[in-house]
Design a protein. Structure first.
Length: 234
């Protein structure tokens, strides 16, 4: 990104966040809005969550912000990120493509892409405080997401998170989707979803797919391998 564009985004961020910044301080830092903010594009909003496609240009700080809700992150590139906490301590952490995680409401920090490393690209999902859902199983398949080789990365009061690669032509596992789910593909390809609500979904890196619960599903990749971050919403 050209310097002039980075400075323009930074100036816009300052203008947008000014009302909030005037209201609250955390130590020496003025709080700015976590979301929305420049570099964050809303891509889906429903009763379960608000989804953002977010970039972090190297060298441009997000400003100190506090997240107003529990949120999910799915990383789309390998890079490094500088985190500053309200006490002024800085940490530079590796960011790995495919990381999927949940962070808590109230988290307060400042983020900045490290100059000399690729721009960070992330899907963030702000979880809404909807009533818990657990759809009654109306079929013969077992409850809960299932796929060959799926790795569970988290299981807490809000979500169950999975990292899975659907290989081309591999047989899928039938499961009854007893919870609503977000899917975040990290590769271009086509997912075929069989079961009682069959569909074919062309997907791309960083796309978001919402699948309502209450259906028997079988998820497969029809043309090439597709890595997907999966969030079952409790």
């Amino acid at each position: 990104m050209r310097k002039s564009k980075v400075y323009a985004i930074a100036a816009l961020m300052a203008v947008i966040s000014a009302p909030l910044a005037a209201q609250e301080m955390v130590g020496p830092y003025k709080l700015v809005s976590a979301l929305p903010r420049p570099g964050a594009t809303p891509i889906l909003d429903n009763e379960r969550g608000r989804v953002w496609d977010v970039i972090y240009p190297p060298g441009m700080s997000t400003g100190m912000h506090r997240h107003p809700s529990d949120f999910l992150g799915i990383e789309l590139v390998e890079t490094r990120l500088k985190i500053t906490t309200p006490d002024g301590k800085e940490h530079i952490n590796p960011v790995h493509r495919g990381d999927i995680y949940m962070l808590p409401k109230g988290l307060t920090h400042m983020e900045e892409g490290v100059i000399g490393h690729p721009q960070r690209n992330t899907i963030l999902i702000e979880l809404k405080d909807a009533p818990p859902t657990n759809y009654k199983n109306t079929g013969n398949a077992p409850d809960g997401f299932a796929a060959e080789g799926a790795k569970k990365t988290a299981d807490n009061a809000r979500v169950i998170l999975w990292d899975v690669t659907f290989n081309k032509g591999a047989a899928g596992k039938a499961f009854f989707q007893n919870r609503d789910m977000f899917l975040v593909p990290m590769d271009a390809g086509t997912l075929t979803i069989g079961g009682d609500e069959a569909k074919t979904l062309p997907v791309a890196n960083g796309q978001i797919v919402f699948l309502p619960g209450g259906h028997t599903r079988i998820i497969q990749a029809s043309d090439n391998a597709v890595r997907v971050g999966v969030a079952e919403l409790k």
